[in-house]
Design a protein around this ligand. Structure first.
Ligand code: SF4
Ligand code: SF4
Length: 206
């Protein structure tokens, strides 16, 4: 296990995580609802910024278990839901002129937690701080200059609390996707992005 007390990071606001062409920002249903509400978007406007990204290989059960965000059944196969990019490969919400995220306070969980991800070390006592481990993501190690030996040690308490909220959101997201996937398999819903959006709005109202 990595010693969390030795993790170093400070964001230099380089924008790599918002502009890397091979990075797609995964969205939970909570991210979508937060952005929709925060920007006061109509359904069709949300459809302009989110999409299904279909996996380019058949996922094994092992692959699925390793995934942080549960894959979703779509009309073209298993996928994840992500923020669309512009024609330059930048995140839809990144402003190169201002060098910043235009929806910073509403940004997805993936962006809030980068360059870290979290592991529950003991499912039975998962709510306890000490049982969460924090690790650098592979993408973070690849291109985040904020991870370096000169950077300050992270505020472990802050990241553990964020980790707990993140893991809880992921659990809720898993339950919603599970319901959706069952509906698709039972032929109760045509698995388009729009139908998914309507479904999560329905879950939100219940
Ligand atoms: S890549 Fe790292 S340093 Fe650059 S903006 Fe993203 S989090 Fe900050
Ligand atoms: S939502 Fe904001 S922080 Fe996240 S990738 Fe896009 S521009 Fe960057």
């Amino acid at each position: 296990m990595i010693n969390m007390k030795k993790l170093r990071f400070t964001c230099s606001r380089c924008g790599n995580c918002c502009t890397d062409k091979n990075t797609l920002v995964n969205l939970t249903y909570l991210d979508i609802l937060r952005i929709k509400k925060g920007l006061d978007l109509e359904i069709d406007e949300v459809l302009d910024i989110i999409g299904f990204f279909v996996f380019d290989k058949t996922l094994t059960n092992e692959d699925k278990k390793r995934m942080i965000v549960t894959p979703i059944e779509t009309e073209r196969g298993l996928a994840f839901i992500g923020l669309l990019k512009n024609s330059f490969g930048n995140c839809y919400f990144y402003s190169p002129e201002k060098k910043k995220c235009l929806i910073y306070n509403l940004r997805p969980m993936f962006c809030r937690t980068f360059p870290f991800s979290f592991e529950v070390l003991d499912e039975k006592k998962g709510e306890t701080d000490s049982l969460i481990n924090i690790v650098y993501t592979e993408k973070g190690k690849q291109y985040c200059p904020g991870i370096n030996d000169e950077a300050p040690l992270i505020d472990t308490e802050y990241w553990i609390q964020l980790g707990k909220r993140t893991l809880n959101d992921l659990k809720n997201n898993h339950n919603v996707i599970k319901k959706w996937n069952e509906s698709v398999k039972q032929g109760k819903v045509v698995p388009t992005v729009k139908k998914f959006l309507l479904k999560i709005l329905e879950f939100n109202d219940n």
